[in-house]
Design a protein around this ligand. Structure first.
Ligand SMILES: CCCCCCCCCCCC(=O)SCCNC(=O)CCNC(=O)[C@H](O)C(C)(C)COP(=O)(O)OP(=O)(O)OC[C@H]1O[C@@H](n2cnc3c(N)ncnc32)[C@H](O)[C@@H]1OP(=O)(O)O
Length: 235
């Protein structure tokens, strides 16, 4: 793609030492794990109102300990490798996000494979995955597949087909594959299957069109990238 933006790898850099970054990543991951357990316990519990009130008080106290400087909107965390690598607070793959399953992402011969198991936090119909969550998994992996292919892009169209309900508490495989490009457009297919029951039967399929913003739009959309580039250059 000739007019596409060039993206630096972040998180390898300069402001913070490698060892310090690794400590930060481990701590973010640990807190994310505990928060996911809290969210799952919250949506599954039938505790009494008294218990729920006591827990709410405790959570409020804990939240108060996470004040201090907040990242500005669009600021890219130093632990991240945007747009192709791990993003610690992604709601799909982020080890630090209480919303993320989190989906593990691996390279495949012709695209990317994601794996995760969803539970009560992501329920739609009783016992099954919320359709919007399936779309979110696919959108993220399909977007990552664009970046992995060297053509990062934003979703402009995502056509979903829901063939069968996706069971909770079942290991899932998500697949994303770039099928072609046309100028700044990238065409991507995706699917969700069960890794254990009928792994050849697609439960959900998606066709997406992604577009690489031109350099001016990229600068306007992602001012945080400028700061990352400056950080890398200073190093
Ligand atoms: C930097 C990456 C970071 C990558 C970061 C990746 C993180 C992954 C995250 C997961 C994915 C997401 O959630 S992404 C978030 C959700 N998506 C968004 O917010 C995107 C919102 N849309 C936009 O901001 C804009 O559409 C842009 C910047 C993407 C493109 O605007 P533009 O540059 O003005 O492009 P435009 O001329 O309109 O269109 C370019 C070409 O695409 C075609 N096109 C436009 N819309 C469609 C469409 N719905 N279906 C088919 N084709 C379309 C046009 O006809 C044209 O074809 P032709 O005339 O050239 O033939």
């Amino acid at each position: 793609m000739s007019d596409g933006p060039r993206f630096p790898r972040t998180g390898t850099g300069t402001g913070t030492g490698t060892e310090e970054l690794e400590h930060q990543k481990a701590a973010i991951t640990r807190l994310g794990h505990e928060l996911r357990a809290l969210v799952e316990a919250t949506v599954r519990t039938d505790a009494s109102p008294d218990t729920l009130h006591r827990v709410a008080d405790g959570v409020r106290t804990v939240t108060g300990r996470l004040t201090g400087r907040r990242r500005a909107r669009g600021e890219i965390p130093e632990v991240d490798e945007f747009p192709a690598g791990p993003r610690f607070y992604s709601p799909v793959t982020g080890a630090g996000s209480p919303l993320a399953p989190p989906m593990r992402v691996m390279a495949a011969d012709d695209g990317l494979i994601g794996e995760c198991t969803l539970a009560g936090t992501h329920e739609g119909p009783p016992g099954y995955v919320h359709g919007g969550v399936s779309a979110m998994l696919l959108d993220e992996l399909m977007g990552r597949a664009c970046a992995a292919a060297g053509t990062p892009g934003l979703t402009v169209s995502l056509q979903m087909r829901y063939h069968r309900p996706v069971l909770l508490e079942t290991p899932l495989r998500i697949i994303a594959r770039v099928t072609g490009t046309d100028g700044r457009k990238i065409f991507v297919n995706g699917s969700i299957t069960s890794r254990t029951a009928a792994p050849d039967a697609s439960l959900v399929t998606a066709e997406g069109v992604f577009v690489t913003p031109d350099p001016d739009s990229t600068r306007a959309l992602f001012p945080g990238l400028q700061r990352v580039m400056a950080r890398e250059l200073r190093g």
